[in-house]
Write a protein that binds this ligand. Structure first.
Ligand code: NAD
Length: 297
């Protein structure tokens, strides 16, 4: 396939590499020239503008910071023309960024009015998953567009889910991440309660793993340093999934909750905790560092 790929950051650079490895013809563009050059040395075609990358593309893939960047790329800005307007009709746009579901819906509507199609395909799995090609893609779009996107997504990921119509991918993704924030904060709180009362966190973790408090953070991502090897908590909370990115997802969860006045007291509490944690200077640490917020100072 001829693929135009936009956004060669922490996630996108590896994803674009995996598309090249899978044998696609990949044209790449990023605002940061050195990232474009890096991908060119890997076999992608470097482009000096977004429009240049789109020439002859069957599929557009974007992996950008937020909704406003996706809108500016697709529909133009003061400095760049609209991507969709220079393409022949019938191109599939696949946005893998994490953005508001309402923005994904309005992007899809506008693209369809212009004769194109769209799926939102946010990911779970982080930088390591992007590098290994094992990302989970959570897709929103029609059955036909999902079927077209799936083989391309399979070249960058392992599990490809169809969540529903356009925007559903974003909803499912932020529901999952809101739950993850709640579980991480709750697990940290419980572990520290045990430690404060003289218990060994390794013993506590083993007990809870075989009891009803068992959850993903205890199984694979223990937040207490020294309990588990090869996780961020045993590496000064370096690497992994940044507190600031969790805060971004929690903000999206709160705005999604507003759409239908959904009750999200646990998510909202988790958001306040992670926000305070970031304001205390921990924004660039892995999100499991929320454990340190429960420690007596
Ligand atoms: P990043 O900031 O590292 O990369 C974004 C890239 O987009 C940058 O290189 C930037 O220069 C480029 N860019 C911005 N506007 C552009 C434009 N108009 N045209 C071309 N390039 C443009 O971000 P990231 O960590 O790669 O995350 C990307 C998306 O994936 C975000 O929406 C994020 O929430 C989501 N995400 C990230 C992770 C993670 O662990 N990093 C995990 C899951 C999902």
């Amino acid at each position: 396939m001829n693929i135009a790929f936009y956004g060669l950051g922490n996630m996108g650079a590896s994803m674009a590499k995996n598309l090249v490895t899978a044998g696609h013809s990949v044209k790449v563009y990023d605002l940061v020239e050195s990232q474009v050059d890096m991908l060119a040395s890997f076999g992608a075609t470097a482009c000096a503008s977004a429009i240049e990358a789109a020439v002859d593309a069957d599929v557009i893939v974007s992996m950008l910071p937020a909704g406003k960047h996706v809108e500016a790329l697709y529909f133009g800005s003061d400095t760049a023309p609209a991507l969709h307007s220079v393409l022949p009709k019938g191109v599939l746009f696949v946005d893998c960024s994490t953005i508001e579901s309402s923005t994904a819906k309005s992007i899809g509507e506008k693209l369809m009015l212009n004769g194109h199609s769209f799926v939102d395909a946010p990911v779970s799995g982080g930088v390591a998953g992007a590098a290994a090609g094992t990302l989970t893609f959570i897709v929103g779009g029609s059955d036909a567009d999902f079927a077209t996107a799936k083989p391309i997504l399979e070249d960058m990921g392992k599990n490809i889910f169809h969540a529903g119509a356009i925007g559903a991918g974003q909803v499912a993704k932020i529901c999952n991440n809101m739950l993850l924030a709640v579980l991480m904060a709750g697990t940290s709180e419980a572990l520290q309660l045990g430690i404060d009362n003289g218990l060994d966190p390794k013993v506590m973790s083993e007990i809870m793993l075989q009891s009803s408090g068992r959850n993903w953070t205890l199984e694979l991502y223990n937040p207490c340093p020294g309990v588990m090897d090869s996780v961020p908590s045993s590496n000064n909370y370096a690497g992994g999934f940044m507190v600031d990115l969790m805060n971004k997802d929690l903000s999206l969860a709160m705005s999604t909750a507003n759409n239908h006045q959904s009750l999200v007291p646990m998510g909202s509490m988790a958001k306040s905790l992670f926000q305070l944690h970031s304001r205390s200077g921990n924004g660039k640490l892995d999100f499991s560092s929320i454990f340190t917020a429960f420690k007596a100072k």
